[in-house]
Design a protein around this ligand. Structure first.
Ligand code: DHB
Ligand code: FE
Length: 285
């Protein structure tokens, strides 16, 4: 891939992720947080945590101004969704999912788009005729915590392609490529054909990339399938599945890997792999 293509991709993904977040009715502009005392406590303690770092490390005016200018550029680059979902979201998910009895979840990340094409329980994700990547058959059952099938269970899948790029956030990929909403059958089963995604590199030419370079970190997430599993009367599960032995499974920049989310697809004998992974939803609280 050329440098020019990569640059276009980074700029497009930040702007699209910001736009997507702003238009999502369920997450828009913190409308749910109206408890003054709660805001007071959270804001006071977050600011105090920053004061503590400044005192402990004797932060200089030079460093303070570098931070100020970096924070301004994160917004200008549209990279706040990327920054927050890589370095902060995993702890919010840890707190939110602590009491879950069903399947483990993990971060949603910035690239979910609702309204993907509805697909039957046995189906193939929309993909290009010459979509590259190892074919993957992903199958399983969606149940409640007692093993009961859930009428109306829906499995939304979104993923990067074999270049690590997401439709709607990188240019030149059809809108719903490698995205779909699979309706489980009456016994909760699904079987979806797709391809194994490539590891994903968070854009390196924007502000998040600058931080990574300045701190000597790496920008990689392991290859992953994103899932959102829902059924009436049940908690929606947001998860990702990773591939055993894959690059960066052990050092995900977004700290989102959990052992229960690592799958080990086996060869089918005709060039592809298959894996069975069951999904268990908690009752709505
Ligand atoms: C980011 C991208 C992802 O694909 C993901 O799953 C999580 C975070 C990001 O660029 O912030
Ligand atoms: Fe992702």
């Amino acid at each position: 891939m050329s440098d020019t293509t990569l640059k276009a991709t980074a700029a497009a993904s930040g702007a699209s992720a910001t736009e997507r977040f702003r238009t999502d009715k369920t997450t828009a502009s913190g409308q749910a947080v109206t408890d003054t005392e709660r805001v007071n406590i959270l804001a006071t303690e977050m600011i105090a945590a920053v004061h503590d770092v400044i005192r402990r490390h004797q932060v200089t005016y030079e460093e303070y101004n570098a931070l100020k200018s970096w924070l301004i550029s994160v917004g200008e680059d549209g990279e706040w969704p990327l920054f927050l979902d890589v370095w902060i979201e995993h702890v919010v998910e840890e707190v939110a999912g602590a009491d879950r009895k069903g399947s483990k979840g993990t971060i949603e990340g910035p690239y979910y788009v609702p309204g993907a094409p509805a697909l039957p329980s046995v189906s193939t994700l929309p993909m290009r005729e010459d979509e590259s990547g190892t074919p993957l058959l992903f199958q399983g059952r969606i149940t409640g915590v007692s093993g009961e099938p859930l009428p109306g269970a829906l499995l939304e899948i979104w993923q990067a392609d074999d270049d690590g790029l997401y439709a709607q956030f990188a240019p030149g990929i059809a809108q719903w490529n490698l995205r779909g909403a699979v309706e489980a059958d009456d016994s909760g089963r699904f079987a979806v054909r797709t391809i194994q995604p490539a590891p994903y590199q968070i854009p390196t030419d924007g502000s998040c990339g600058k931080l990574i370079a300045a701190a000597g970190w790496h920008a990689w997430r392991p290859a992953h399938l994103h899932l959102k599993v829902s059924a009436p009367g049940h908690e929606t599960l947001t998860a990702q599945l990773y591939f055993r032995g894959g690059e960066h499974v052990e050092d995900d920049v977004a700290s989102a890997v959990k052992p229960e989310l690592v799958i080990d697809p086996q060869p089918t004998g005709n060039g592809g792999n298959q894996v069975t992974y069951d999904l268990v939803l908690d009752p709505a609280s």
